[in-house]
Design a protein around this ligand. Sequence first.
Ligand code: GAL
Length: 353
Amino acid sequence: MLDPKSKKYYWFGERRGSPRGIGCYSSSDLYNWKREGVAMTAEAAGLTGMVFERPKVLYSPTAGKYVLWYHHDDAKYAMAQLGVATSDNINGPYVMVAHSRPNGHESRDLSLFVDDDGKAYIFYSADGNTTIRVVALSDDYLSLTTLDADTRAHCEGEGVFRKNGVYYLLSSACTGWTPNRTAYAMATDIMGPYRGKGDPSVGDTAKTTFNSQPSFIYTVPGYQDGYLYMGDRWNGSGSVKSQYVFLPIAVTKSGAMELRCYGSWDLSRFTPGTASLVRAGEGESQTRGGRSPPVTSRLPFLPGFDSAIDDPEQGMRLGKIYASDRAMDPAARGLASVRAFRRSPSRGRIFLP
Ligand code: GAL
């Protein structure tokens, strides 16, 4: 999220090492990330051994607090609840306020979406991961309401964005830590009905969403179409060496969603402007039109960068990372980045061999 106070981007992820909890990073450009530490731990909440997954944060102007929603569970994933915690500081520590099953439904993976009118919604994997439901939050974002509907989408790893008045819901299949094929659904009302549209991946020969599972879609401010796919590469077991994949989402003129993999890319792939000024069919993301993006850096993103090389935490990225096309094979890239980091542990620039 873009912090309204500091004007910096903040990124939250699962800390899968010890202590287990939620990690936090900050960035002024979305390319270079600084570790902010652990925003919340199960231990601090008196819940050692519990599972805190899929954290999402937003700022509540009404409450004057940062609000963190997450998957709250026991080690057997039997509680299946949504947890909410708050903090006065964006990087924590967050203190748990409540946890429950939304309107009686099981809740595991989740994503969060704030609409143009400021209303926030949680999309959650419900009822034994058989479907995705959407529940509206209260105006202060601190609690759940009874506005709760079944999208009938299947069934984990939710990510949501809105373009030209259409809601796009991306989700993974249900294969534990193993990457699988995503699918998306579209609706003109956030509560549905949603129409299934299939896999948006283009050129994904292994049909594993480029070896990842969706975690979130971030709408980058300052662009008509800055939809950033953030996916987990769990490396088979949700291990401390899990990685992240950042990819640009494109929407075609006919409104179809497309996800492509690039060895490196930067924000100039998006069209500068304000999303609300775009009329149906205009401002597609392939239109680069020679306009300069509102970023000072042109450093490429690295899909699948090393998130946990010297730190047991997902989502870490230290210094500037450059990708090379030679490291396109996911397995080779993981190894290459470990070697590169060991050679250059100074938290400076990282070059992949
Ligand atoms: C996955 C889910 C993860 C985690 C895992 C546990 O399907 O996407 O968030 O809950 O199961 O096995």
